[in-house]
Design a protein. Structure first.
Length: 288
């Protein structure tokens, strides 16, 4: 299965979360993840001109539209995803929103405020959550709000971790009005200059992320906690990553990006499994 190979090679935190799913759902999520990985790779392929990448994303949009309409997709990933689309009734407008989020990276290198940034986070992260919960299965419609909140929390954490990488692409996701508030210039970020002012700026963005972690924690319906175990593991992993960033005072300009090591991830997987096995109550992220 081509999608499974893509998922294994990625070694991402999202792929890690699939370990807690039954085989059928794991394969379904691998197919969805492979689509997300492929379109993200198109977006970030700096070796290709922007117009070429626009054409490639347009081809992905047309092909996933075919898959959702019951027609025959051209791309292998979409052919593997089509049975998942059919079984779980995944809707084209959500895939379209995700692709619009990818396209934002071609046109927008700066965000004026949190409102604009959160619209981006919704498209590239919350939408993936909304697709995923259909595969996980849920009973309470409040799970949709949960997916939106958790997606924004995870993406803001990603943004804090990847400031240096994004700056290398000329992108600054941290809102410009927050930069101004803390006296940080865009050139300082593009030049990878760490300062106490930057640490304060990053801490303010982290507080925004924590709001969404708390909202996700509070919104997840009790009856759907077992079904959302993979999403909950994601929440735990990224919450721990946010804590690690805080511990290093958000100095993200070193040689390597901040990550959790294998032992830390293994412990979080074990904790999530134990919570699933023994029916533990509240999520272990978003605590005061």
């Amino acid at each position: 299965m081509h999608s499974r190979v893509i998922t294994r090679k990625s070694a991402s935190n999202l792929a890690l979360a699939f370990l807690l799913l039954p085989r059928a759902k794991r394969d379904a999520m691998s197919a969805l993840y492979a689509f997300c990985r492929e379109v993200d790779d198109v977006t970030d392929n700096e070796s290709a001109p922007v117009e070429k990448r626009r054409e490639q994303l347009a081809a992905w949009r047309a092909d996933i539209r075919r898959a959702c309409a019951g027609e025959t997709p051209q791309f292998t990933v979409n052919r593997e995803l089509q049975p998942v689309i059919r079984k779980y009734r995944l809707l084209f407008p959500l895939f379209d929103e995700l692709l619009k989020g990818c396209e934002m990276d071609f046109d927008i290198k700066r965000y004026d405020n949190f409102e604009e940034l959160e619209a981006y986070c919704y498209r590239v992260a919350s939408v993936v959550g909304l697709l995923s919960i259909e595969i996980f299965d849920y009973q309470n419609p409040a799970c949709r709000d949960y997916a939106v909140y958790l997606g924004k929390a995870l993406q803001l954490t990603n943004i804090l971790r990847d400031v240096k990488t994004d700056a290398g692409r000329g992108r600054i996701y941290l809102p410009l009005d927050e930069l101004k508030k803390f006296g940080v210039t865009p050139d300082e970020i593009l030049d990878h200059k760490y300062s106490d002012r930057f640490a304060q700026l990053a801490a303010a963005v982290a507080e925004r992320a924590k709001i969404f972690y708390r909202r996700a924690r509070q919104t997840l319906p009790v009856e759907d906690r077992r079904g959302m175990v993979a999403a909950e593991l994601m929440g735990s992993v990224y919450w721990r990553l946010l804590q690690k960033l805080e511990q290093q005072q958000f100095n993200v300009f070193g040689l390597k990006p901040t990550r959790l090591n294998k032992a830390q991830k293994t412990m979080l997987v074990l904790q999530a499994w134990l919570r699933l096995a023994f029916g533990a109550g509240t999520p272990n992220y978003g605590m005061p």
